[in-house]
Design a protein around this ligand. Structure first.
Ligand code: SAM
Length: 271
């Protein structure tokens, strides 16, 4: 399979797999449902597979692209006129909260979307969660396995740190599955599109989100261990029991509420 699409040779280090299936592109754009008077932001526009049809629907779109050649090409794209603002930057270093302040529609948050580079998708999700307060919604193409992890409930094999933190910040809705053949070059894995809607009020009360993240990391880094072992740096077995949580279970059976309860107990001890 050729790595060249529309005259551009795909760069593996930038996770470049370009969408070329019009049916799939149409389905993704319908799921995003772009409208006028919204602050739309695309991460990784590439050759414009989603950029062009979204631009057709709205008067303004901001795109963030790391690849200099692609950013240049998008700036020179004749069809976009002056609708498109191209930011040549690593999305991982983008301060989305500051970006939101520069957006034209002042009383609305960002609507972020993109067919993300899979090599950075998990850290990028965590980066975006930290800016969730300025985001109205997100639609992302990801590796299907990552979408499964985002949406997994406790007790499931895919459940982990990403599930707990995603569900703390957002309502997670898988939208559609996409086969490798929809991309050029085709990735080695299946893909899926997910919709994430940040909660206006978090579903559980957490004193410190940083502590919640730390407790999740400790518990899932050693996911085969019981939590009395994986969390022993933070809480004793007795302290876990006193929270009404069985210390002999593994992290994968704990709900978001259980993690919040544990994190709040750790925060109280650290005060
Ligand atoms: N949206 C296009 C499509 O669907 O055909 C391209 C998707 S491709 C999977 C990922 C895009 O993200 C590429 O254009 C790549 O250059 C860009 N990219 C990679 N790393 C990036 C980063 N850290 N920040 C912003 N864009 C990045």
């Amino acid at each position: 399979m050729s790595k060249t699409h529309l005259g551009h040779t795909a760069r593996k280090r930038f996770g470049q797999n370009f969408l070329h299936d019009d049916y799939v592109i149409g389905q993704i754009v319908s799921a995003i449902n772009p409208q006028h008077e919204q602050n739309l932001v695309e991460i990784g526009p590439g050759l414009g597979a989603l950029t062009d049809p979204v631009c057709d629907e709205v008067e303004a779109l901001t795109v963030i692209e790391l690849d200099r050649d692609l950013a240049k090409r998008l700036r020179e794209h004749p069809f976009n006129g002056d609708k498109l603002t191209v930011i040549e930057q690593d999305a991982m270093t983008m301060d989305f909260t500051e970006l939101a302040k520069t957006m034209p529609v002042k009383d609305k948050g960002l609507r972020v979307f993109g067919n993300l580079p899979y090599n950075i998708s998990t850290p990028l999700m965590f980066h975006l969660f930290s800016h969730a307060a300025c985001v109205d919604d997100m639609h992302f193409m990801l590796q299907k396995e990552v979408v499964n992890r985002l949406a997994a409930g406790h007790g499931s094999k895919s459940y982990g740190r990403l599930s707990v933190m995603a569900q703390y910040y957002c309502k997670v809705m898988p939208v559609l599955n996409v086969p490798p053949g929809a991309f050029k070059p085709p990735p080695k894995v299946d893909s899926a599109v997910v919709r994430l809607i940040p909660h206006k009020t978090p579903p559980v009360d957490v004193v410190s989100v940083a502590t919640l993240e730390r407790v999740c990391a400790q518990a899932f880094n050693q996911r085969r261990k019981t939590i009395r072992n994986s969390l022993k740096e933070s809480l004793t077995e007795t302290q876990i029991s006193e929270l009404g949580i069985n210390p002999t279970v593994r992290a994968e059976v704990l709900s978001l509420q259980d993690f919040a309860t544990i994190a709040n107990a750790v925060s109280a001890l650290e005060e």
